[in-house]
Design a protein around this ligand. Structure first.
Ligand code: 4AD
Ligand code: MG
Length: 473
């Protein structure tokens, strides 16, 4: 359908050609001896209007009421210029085959339903205009991500999902349990010694991995090992956080893009993040025109214009200057503003939306106490070479830093934080054997999809959202 309906002339050049399409019926209406069926196949937002007279093969099924909204059909016909005003071309049907009937209880009817309601129908919501468009834009952003990094010479690295380390040190990890029936015999494990869980299952995780194992919160530490061998790498995969925050920007399972650059400092890192974001935003505006116009009309008015402003240079500001700015703001915040405290989303939104009128802002050099152990200490001894990129509506889209590459400084920092140096032996090895300045960042992919589409709740930009209290489907 995209081939016929897409592009400026909407398939006028193909008038007279025959076409065979398969898809799902969106609407159906009959007028005396003509029936109009709108079909969508997911290739684009537009439906193809199919016009049918009683002489079309298979018309009896339409007449008999077997072809309803939601049914899957296969249609053959000729492309003709449309008499209607809504489309330039339509399909004059010669033959229709009902592939799969649709029960009349089908919940996705023509009338508009709320996105909250559709969240309870994750299996059917991709058949709506909004979720179809989100899926295509998400796909294009993923493709553009690989395209950007591949064209810039980065190597894609698969970081593990199961890990023994807590990259961010925030204790927000999901624990991996390995359950087996208690009757299961293992060669060298005394099952009796392992605690039993409900239903006669035993948890032998500790035996399986030899130590507690978790779902990864970030692929960064593993990414660093490959960057210090292959120079520039990126990871792009699922990450997990057991933070109990029921907000429109947090998921328990989300995808992260984490580039890591060797022989690079914080300025190189910020330049990479800026170039990446400019590239993918431009790519989606150029390649998802129809879907983006849909978002601009129905989801967030003016989003196309607002996104195209991103071609300009991004603003930069130190954390210390950001605190100054917030203290001077003529505004009452719910959370306190004080040097040494982390910025809350209300502060982040004030900075990008109000202070800088909708431009992306990068804040750098945060106090070391509020950042992770691996960030490189600045010469002032108080701050680290960290950066967060803030964008309007979303707040933090990217978090990154230059990494501490000096062995003694990193060891001292681990001691200071009472972290177990032994368990970081391999991470410290990278500083022992040919250490280099290196830097990277993590971008929350769902926040990027939210940002590009204007969809306000993060649960609506991932096919199957996982958040506190919700892990259906
Ligand atoms: O700022 P964060 O915690 O940084 C890291 O994990 C670093 N290890 C990244 C790196 O330097 N390689 O997370 C990075 C980004 C955030 O800016 C945000 O966009 C996203 O990940 N993010 C979440 N997205 C959805 N749901 C959550 N619960 C998220 N937590 C973080
Ligand atoms: Mg962060």
């Amino acid at each position: 359908i995209a081939e016929v309906k897409g592009g400026g002339d909407e398939g006028l050049g193909r008038v007279g050609q025959s076409l065979s399409v398969t898809g799902w019926v969106r609407t159906l209406r009959s007028q005396s001896s003509v029936t109009f069926i709108e079909i969508n196949d997911g290739s684009c937002l537009s439906n193809l209007q199919c016009v049918m007279n009683p002489d079309a093969e298979g018309y009896d099924q339409v007449e008999g009421g077997s072809v309803l909204t939601g049914a899957s059909v296969s249609v053959q016909g000729t492309i003709v210029a449309s008499q209607g005003t809504k489309q330039k071309v339509e399909l004059k049907v010669h033959k229709i085959i009902l592939v799969g009937k649709c029960d009349s209880s089908y919940p996705i009817q023509k009338k508009r339903v709320s996105r909250e309601f559709l969240r309870t129908k994750s299996h059917l919501r991709p058949r709506t205009n909004t979720f179809g468009a989100v899926a295509r834009v998400r796909n294009t952003l993923a493709y553009a991500t690989h395209k950007f990094f591949q064209e810039s010479g980065f190597v894609w690295v698969a970081s593990p999902i199961i890990t023994a380390s807590d990259c961010e040190g925030a204790g927000e990890q999901f624990c991996v349990t390995t359950l087996i029936p208690s009757s299961h015999e293992t060669a060298d494990t005394s099952i009796d010694a392992i605690p039993k869980t409900k239903g006669g299952l035993v948890d032998w995780s500790q035996d399986f991995f030899g130590k507690p194992a978790f779902l990864t919160v970030s692929g960064q530490l593993n990414g660093e090992t490959y960057a210090t061998a292959l120079s520039d790498i990126y990871t792009f995969g699922p990450t997990f956080r057991a933070e109990n925050s029921n907000t429109s920007r947090h998921l328990a399972e989300f995808w992260m893009i984490e580039p890591e650059l060797a022989f690079a400092d914080l300025d190189d890192d910020m330049a990479c993040a800026t170039a990446y974001l400019q590239y993918v935003v431009k790519y989606v505006l150029e390649n998802c025109k129809e879907d983006m116009e849909f978002f601009d009309t129905w989801i967030e008015k003016g989003i196309i214009h607002r996104l195209s402003v991103f071609e300009k240079e991004f603003l930069q500001l130190s954390y210390t200057d950001a605190i100054e700015l917030l203290l001077k703001a003529n505004k009452k915040f719910d959370f306190p503003v004080k040097w040494g405290l982390d910025l809350q989303s209300e502060h982040e939104r004030y900075i990008t939306e109000e202070a800088f009128g909708g431009r992306p802002v990068i804040i750098r050099d945060y106090p070391k106490e509020i950042k992770a152990f691996y960030m490189r200490e600045n010469d002032d001894g108080k701050t680290v070479a960290a950066m967060d990129m803030l964008v309007p509506r979303i707040g933090e889209l990217i978090g990154g830093s230059q990494r501490e590459e000096r062995l003694e400084v990193l060891e001292a920092r681990l001691d200071e934080l009472k972290l177990d140096k032994e368990s970081y032996w391999w991470y410290l090895d990278l500083r022992r054997y040919g250490s280099v300045p290196h830097a990277g960042f993590g971008l929350g992919f769902e926040r990027l999809v939210q940002f590009a589409t204007g969809i306000d709740n993060i649960r609506d930009v991932i096919p199957f959202p996982r958040s506190p209290g919700s892990a259906d489907f």
